[in-house]
Design a protein around this ligand. Structure first.
Ligand SMILES: [Zn+2]
Length: 377
């Protein structure tokens, strides 16, 4: 196969600092997995939440990454009890969403799809509509504050239903109801084992008939059947993670590669893979960044995108994820541009808007970096 980097346009190796200045696109980021530790502490004080393991921001941040690194998806998910615990009022949701937009913009993200499960924020009296409205308000405020700070970001929202609950139809209807005011799609999240996406077929049917978009968390902790069901039974347009598609690819000793029928289908149809390397290492879906299937999948030209999943639990940003890939796979600027354009093409935004972001923001942004690096794109 081709030597690394995938495409060589610049010899100037991207650094974390320079990657932060490049335009980036994020498709898989959880609102309740990206809070600032200091905000969690303040919100806990405001609402009388007393379960936090620490009230020191640095210590609390470390606690989240340490606990999330235990190696099991189930442990990883327990950290969300604290973030969700302090996000039960409209004010808290608006603040968290606004800071999310600001933090992403400060990292150079120009378009983000941020997801959350509205049903998790109804413990203290909010209803689903109030949750969605509070979050939308926050994204708008955050984007405005970011613009004033000189960083432009557009945020689209994905509403998640939880696999273990039985509210997917209700959440799908909610997503369609708010699609003209910033909700761009739907997702199913939560533990894969024992909860196949086919349990929610009526919701997917409804979304397809409403011409709405959806992705499904599949092939993270679970294997090929989960990916196959998500695409062929449910009709998912993208795969949340999708790492286990690697199980349908054989690499022979001489380096030749053979794709099974499902892997071929995913690549042929350009099904976007929302890959989240650090999160996968923490939950045990991959052993290390270096050995993460993203290397082979990118080499084979799957529609690979690079994402954060949960910035708080992984202690990461889009830029730090890309920097880790540069470090371990030797990627150059053209590769980072490829990941970014892949993500923008795969967004649940209208075609004209995607094209405008690619042509007016992403390509000129990388051209500028390449020319600064003394190279021509
Ligand atoms: Zn996720």
């Amino acid at each position: 196969m081709s030597p690394k980097p995938l495409l060589e346009l610049s010899h100037e190796e991207p650094t974390l600092e320079s990657i932060r200045r490049a335009p980036k696109v994020l498709l898989h980021d959880h609102l309740d997995g990206g809070l600032r530790p200091a905000t969690i502490i303040e919100l806990a004080k405001d609402c009388g939440y007393t379960e936090l393991p620490s009230t020191d921001p640095a210590e609390l941040g470390e606690w989240f990454t340490r606990t999330a690194s235990s190696g099991s998806l189930e442990d990883y998910l327990t950290t969300f009890a604290h973030t969700c615990g302090v996000m039960q009022t409209a004010e808290a949701l608006t603040r968290v969403a606004a800071e999310c937009a600001e933090d992403l913009a400060a990292d150079g993200v120009v378009y983000a799809e941020v997801r959350y499960a509205p049903e998790l924020f109804c413990e203290r009296g909010l209803d689903l509509d109030a949750v969605v409205q509070a979050v939308q308000r926050g994204f708008e405020q955050g984007a405005q504050r970011a613009a004033r700070a000189g960083t432009r970001i557009r945020v689209g929202t994905l509403l998640c239903a939880m696999r273990q609950n039985a509210r997917s139809m209700e959440i799908a209807e909610l997503a369609v109801r708010y699609r003209d005011v910033g909700v761009v799609g739907f997702d199913i999240a939560g533990p894969e084992a024992g909860f196949p996406p086919t349990r929610n077929l009526d919701a997917f049917e409804y979304l397809r008939q409403s011409n709405a978009h959806f992705t499904i968390h599949a092939g993270e902790a679970f294997g090929l059947p989960s990916i196959w069901e998500a695409i062929q039974h449910c009709g998912a347009e993208r795969l949340g993670h999708g790492v286990r598609i690697i199980d349908d690819i054989k690499v022979a000793e001489d380096g030749s590669v053979q794709l099974g029928r499902l892997a071929s289908y995913v690549r042929d149809r350009r099904v976007p893979l929302e890959m989240c390397p650090s999160s996968n290492v923490q939950t045990g879906a991959a052993k290390s960044i270096e050995s993460h299937p993203i290397g082979l999948l990118a080499r084979l030209r799957f529609r690979v995108t690079v994402n954060t999943d949960n910035r708080l639990m992984s202690g990461c940003t889009v830029s730090s994820e890309l920097a880790a890939l540069v470090r371990d796979f030797g990627y150059g600027w053209a590769d980072l541009r490829w990941f970014t354009v892949n993500a923008m093409k795969s967004a649940f935004l209208g075609f004209d808007e995607r094209l405008a972001l690619i042509n007016d923001v992403i390509k000129p942004g990388y051209a500028r970096i390449l020319s600064e690096a003394g190279e021509s794109a």
